[in-house]
Design a protein around this ligand. Structure first.
Ligand code: F0G
Length: 435
């Protein structure tokens, strides 16, 4: 039997209870399973066999692992065969970080181009189980794109709250195209998040931000699929960007459940990287504080992680403790350069994902990470999510206005400049630099 359990006071609730946080102490909720009946080896065999199946539930990189997911009948499951995202070796990125080898698991290869699809399939499925006809989220762009798509598939109304002018056009265009009602809120993500939580508490609209534990159940399968693709060989370390902190929490929970059922015998290390202008977890973790102090006016050009008051911080802290983890921060310049290096590996990602390589490089330089470690960095969003950022970098025009109102121009160290040439054969050959 599975249930919802408060991570603070331990109170249990039925999975069918429509709550997002603990009604008695406001703590975050986990979906918990009685794992004592599971045998890791047996499950491994079942999960591996499903990869060769023809059923979309088996082929989904989420529902393939359904023994460790909230129960749902086939008729209730809303899936877009999410998951099955590639793990690629990235030799140039490894060289840039100063390590022997590096692999990226690219969650941007999901149906709507980000890891959010993994949590949205379980979130929308739960919405359907509860009889919801409309769903809502606040978003820096990817959650809204994903929720809009899955709600459309399920025939539900989608309301997305986005911080006005602060999300990339690629993501906004997705939410519009998939038919969501898009509300631009005059405020940042943290304001939009607060409002959508209040509105979901008072209305029949079902909340699909990652405070909803059913979202995180889908996202935890990142840990399962990653191991499965590696023949169940545990890496030494996982590196992940930190924004609202749902994903890092989910990945840690996934590994922890595998440990409980004996499928792995130790936890990998977990490194969370934040942008230095949106770094509340970094501040908390490295100061030894007991609670997280929200950061007002968080800023980064990696708009996906421009978050000052991350909802899931208590679960992220729990995950860091389970995983002997650490948190670091990186500058705008470091993010921009790392993104270009990931591009040069023929992989590419959106800016928020590039904090992983930028952070890894710093931690190797400081001697915190051993160059021989077996590391998987998680790329969270597709390169096409934010083409303005990429083109501006390569044009040498990437910059922002800081909190004092001063213009800050970044240096495009790895710029791949666009060339303009007349429509003339000889001039073109000369421009190619070929003798
Ligand atoms: N990377 C990308 C591309 C994201 O879109 C997000 C979060 C993160 C990293 C951070 O993950 O919040 O689980 O720590 N995007 C959310 C959104 C907030 O609304 O799309 P997290």
């Amino acid at each position: 039997m599975s249930s919802l359990r408060c991570i603070e006071c331990g109170a249990d609730f039925k999975l069918e209870t429509r709550v997002y946080t603990c009604p008695s102490c406001a703590g975050l909720l986990d979906v918990v399973y009685r794992t004592s009946g599971f045998n890791g080896k047996d499950l491994r065999g079942i999960w591996d066999a499903r990869r060769g199946s023809a059923s979309s539930f088996d082929l989904s990189g989420v529902w393939r692992f359904r023994e460790l997911l909230p129960p749902a009948a086939d008729s209730e499951i809303v899936t877009m065969t999410e998951g099955n995202t590639q793990i690629w070796d990235a030799p140039r990125s490894a060289g840039y970080a100063g390590i022997d080898r590096l692999a990226f698991k690219h969650l941007g290869m999901n149906p709507t181009g980000s890891f959010k699809d993994l949590g949205m399939t379980t979130g929308i499925t739960q919405a359907r189980r509860l009889g919801a006809t409309s769903v809502a989220c606040a978003s820096t762009g990817n959650t809204s794109a994903s929720m809009a798509a899955y709600a459309a598939r399920a025939g539900m109304k989608a309301f997305v709250f986005i911080p006005s002018g602060q999300i990339s056009l690629g993501k906004l265009s997705q939410a519009l195209d998939y038919g969501a009602s898009v509300l631009q809120i005059e405020g940042d993500f943290d304001v939009a998040m607060q409002l959508v939580r209040e509105i979901a508490a008072e209305t029949p609209v079902y909340l699909l931000n990652s405070v909803n534990p059913f979202r995180l159940e889908g996202q935890k399968t990142i840990a399962f699929e990653l191991l499965q693709q590696r023949g169940w060989r545990l890496p030494d370390r996982i590196i992940v960007p930190g924004g609202n902190l749902g994903n890092s929490s989910a990945i840690a929970k996934g590994f922890h459940e595998l440990l409980e059922i004996g499928l792995i015998t130790k936890m990998p290390k977990l490194t969370i990287i934040q942008a230095e202008g949106a770094n509340p977890l970094y501040r908390m973790w490295n100061s030894g504080a007991e609670t997280l102090t929200p950061l007002k006016g968080a800023f980064t050009m990696a708009t996906a992680i421009k978050i000052g008051s991350p909802v899931s911080w208590p679960k992220a802290i729990r995950g860091l403790r389970w995983c002997d983890g650490e948190v670091d921060q990186v500058s705008e310049q470091e993010i921009a350069d790392a993104k270009a290096v990931i591009g040069s590996d023929g992989i590419g990602c959106e800016p928020a994902s590039a904090v992983t390589l930028a952070g890894l490089r710093n931690l190797v330089a400081r001697g915190t990470i051993d160059p021989g470690e077996d590391i998987v960095a998680i790329l969270t969003g597709h390169v096409l999510k934010d083409p303005d950022y990429t083109v501006n970098y390569h044009r040498g025009k990437l910059g922002y206005t800081d909190s004092k109102g001063d213009a800050v121009a970044l240096t495009s160290r790895f710029a791949n400049r666009l060339q303009s040439v007349p429509a003339d054969r000889d001039e073109i050959i000369a421009a190619l630099g070929i003798e």
